[in-house]
Design a protein around this ligand. Structure first.
Ligand code: LMR
Length: 393
């Protein structure tokens, strides 16, 4: 039986991680996978996370199962963090999931339970794993225009024109903030326009929010998601704590299903059922760390302060890189890097130049020219700018 299996296509982000590891050169630069690194190149355990773990270790008396939806303290704290008061809580069903990827997968399975023939609309481009999960589950999808490579900004007219073609009941996948891979995001006004159009089309928005707090701040980054939650009869949200709590390997995410209050119980039951079918109980440790932090004023303040340091550090790196490139290329071609938000920016460089930068300068970025800004530091920004200028000049 197993001899009938075919090789699966490699995940390009994970493949890049491996090639970087195998490269023996000193001074190589890893701008591939979306992991935050500090000025020394480390991915630290955040202070509040360490303290929450210490408290949990001391106080925890059992490792017995929690409910299928996860710990209610976690789902309530996350509902508040992501949605604030934008929607009545009796309209929100929620399950803990293994990371934001688990939330996306469970959301896809949920809509397919309701409508097996459902079509997804995804931004061009989107996170490659979105596409791969849609393919794995046999879910048809079409792309809507999103990124204007010439300006490095969102192609809003193209996006709205393509969303005009959405049919009733279709799912429209949106990145809540810090768009991955481009770094280009909608303004508040543009989110309102999208909300109006989707309500009119009776489409179901599905927001993937994996970087809340990495762009313009915790509330600003959730603003688009909250506009939708306040205006749409139904929506799905997949959120991740990997980045903003720095607990990547703990696999901590959540899926929200928002609908009419009279449907919440059944939606919740279906989400619990999907957890049971796919992996039974969701992981608890990361979720408990998150609720311990969010429910304690002191820990929460310290977490927010450290997250804010990370966010403003990334903005400084963006400004520095744009400035270095301005000087080296004598042009404003790369100014969009300073306007982008989150970990990523798509540079708009051809694949052969991306390959040349890896070969000649040991700079690793995803083949579509996505860089992880959080993989840089003040010392390596000039190194990257030099490599880009030499390769593309
Ligand atoms: C990324 O896009 O690099 C991150 O979301 C990590 C991943 O799993 O791909």
């Amino acid at each position: 039986m197993l001899d009938r299996l075919q090789d699966q296509p490699a995940d390009k982000i994970l493949m890049l991680m491996q090639s970087f590891k195998e490269d023996p050169r000193d001074g190589k630069l890893d701008l591939g996978v979306g992991v935050y690194k500090d000025a020394d190149g480390n991915t630290p355990v955040m202070r509040a996370v360490k303290e929450a773990e210490r408290r949990i270790l001391e106080a925890q008396t059992t490792k017995a199962y929690v409910g299928l939806a996860g710990d209610p303290a976690y789902t309530a704290a996350m509902r508040e963090l992501v949605l604030a008061g934008s929607v009545a809580s009796d309209r929100v069903a929620a399950v803990a999931t293994p990371g934001g990827t688990g939330a996306f997968r469970q959301g896809v399975d949920l809509v397919r339970l309701a409508n097996p023939g459902v079509t997804f609309h995804v931004s061009a481009p989107t996170w490659p794993n979105h596409l791969s999960i849609l393919k794995t589950t046999g879910t048809p999808f079409v792309e809507y225009r999103y990124f204007d490579a010439a300006t490095g900004e969102v192609d809003v007219d193209g996006m709205m024109a393509d969303l005009e073609k959405v049919s009733e009941g279709d799912v429209v996948l949106l990145h809540g903030c810090c768009h991955n891979p481009t770094g280009a995001n909608l303004t508040g006004e543009q989110w309102s326009g999208v909300a109006e159009l989707l309500a009119q089309k009776k489409a179901l928005p599905f927001v993937d929010i994996a970087y809340q707090g990495f762009g313009d701040g915790l509330d600003a980054d959730a603003a688009g998601t909250r506009i939708l939650a306040g205006t749409q009869p139904e929506m799905l949200i997949g959120a991740s704590c990997s980045k903003n709590f720095g607990i990547y390997r703990e696999r901590t995410g959540i899926l929200f299903g928002i609908g009419d209050a009279s449907d919440t119980k059944t939606t919740q039951g279906n989400m619990n059922h999907l957890n049971r079918q796919n992996y039974s109980f969701p992981p608890d440790h990361g979720a408990r760390v998150v609720s311990t932090i969010l429910d304690d004023a002191g820990l929460r303040a310290d977490w927010q302060a450290e997250l804010e340091e990370m966010r403003t550090g990334m903005l400084d790196l963006r400004r520095q890189l744009a400035e270095e490139l301005r000087q080296r290329t004598n042009s404003d071609t790369f100014d969009f890097i300073a306007r982008h938000r989150g970990m990523f920016s798509r540079l708009g460089i051809d694949a052969d130049k991306v390959e040349a930068m890896r070969r000649d300068y040991g700079v690793y970025m995803v083949g579509d020219s996505r860089i992880n800004v959080a993989g840089l530091n003040a010392r390596t920004v000039p190194q990257l700018a030099e490599a880009i200028a030499k390769t593309c000049g």
